[in-house]
Design a protein around this ligand. Sequence first.
Ligand code: 5AD
Ligand code: SF4
Length: 455
Amino acid sequence: MRLRARVPITRGMSEPAPAKRLYIKTYGCQMNVYDSERMADVLAPLGYGVTDDPTGADLVVLNTCHIREKATEKVYSELGQLKRLKQEKPGGMTIAVAGCVAQAEGEEIMRRQPAVDLVVGPQAYHQLPELIARAHRARGERLSADFAPDEKFDALPAVRNPAGVSAFLTVQEGCDKFCTFCVVPYTRGGEWSRPAEAIEAEARALAEKGVREVTLLGQNVNAYQGVGGLAGLVRRLATIPGLDRIRYTTSHPRDMDDALIAAHGEVEALMPYLHLPVQAGSDKVLKAMNRAHTAESYLRLIERIRAARPDIAISGDFIVGFPGERDADFEATLQLVREVGYASAFSFKYSRRPGTPAAAMMGQVAPEVADERLRRLQALLDEQQQAFNAAQAGRTLPVLFEKTGRHAGQLVGKSPYLQAVHVTAPDRLLGRIVPVTIERGAKNSLAGILELEAA
Ligand code: 5AD
Ligand code: SF4
């Protein structure tokens, strides 16, 4: 992920802060994207400005993901390359590992790669300035895996410098669901919700800086515990002037309550898109995953959501090759996908994570079998996504223009259904929500033309 370079912050009246270069590489989910931005906010008063090139950076932060083995292994190979850059950098380079791998295997990282100066978990990155100072003095604790999300949020700077018109906003962290495949309850801790006042203040400040869309983040965002639950929070944020679009992710089917479903039918700012992972379509597998829902209960839930908001785009996550998954179980997943009709989806091959209950289960699936199932599932999901996008042709959709496109004179925006839309349009429409007539939909994006009044 690339963060846009920021204007260096000046300290005091006369003394400009030294220009130090900070390179952050982000892996994994949107919460890590949010955390990376906040780490840059924490480091800005120390004189660090963000760069998009690690060569010559004074401080490199890898914000890591532990969800699957592949994501974890990437960190170690990246560190090998950084070690060489560090050796070539006169004046030195500080290397920090943050995020979920830092939380899960901090000691091991320091042992395996001595070029790492410090390690900081996802609930402790407000301590970065102190950890950096200690690492530079080459003494004291260089690892913090503290679990104090409230302290972290209290310590983060109130001012954010949003990189665009759409911003992430963490409202909830952690997970108490303990799906048997998942490391998140161990890396991010138990479910914890931020106070609604703090969230509203952050959202208002973002809107004042031109943000038009916020995506509320949480590992179980619909388990948000503030007064009125997530529905109450959405209604509260919908009153903020300028904040025209609200989204939230990721949700658990178990926490999709009536109030939230009703909000989808009633709150105009709440976008018609819902990421609601089901993981599998076989009840036997769902039970072994400890998902606390069946295929049938998920389908009924989707029906109720669609009754409230008929055009809602449904997205999901899937795992194939979970221990004990037989051909018939996998067929049940395909059947569920056919019944739901997904607008988009993410599907993964089961990855055995040390310490999780599923890692010790009988019936681990052969990699070739899992590969083949993944290929078939992705082909079906791709077909559905393509069909959903193609079905927009001829409709006029409100598009929030977020950035310039690859071609001159082109802008890229988002439809209410989270589709990227390419349109020939003047730059002055950046940050505005404008009606666009969709001409065609491809697998990953739509193409449209401006309605006459906007052009
Ligand atoms: N193996 C494969 N996929 C996983 N996910 C979580 N844990 C694993 C694992 N061990 C997937 C789930 C989840 C998404 C974020 O990542 O589908 O919803
Ligand atoms: Fe990765 Fe999950 Fe941690 Fe996000 S919360 S960084 S997806 S392990």
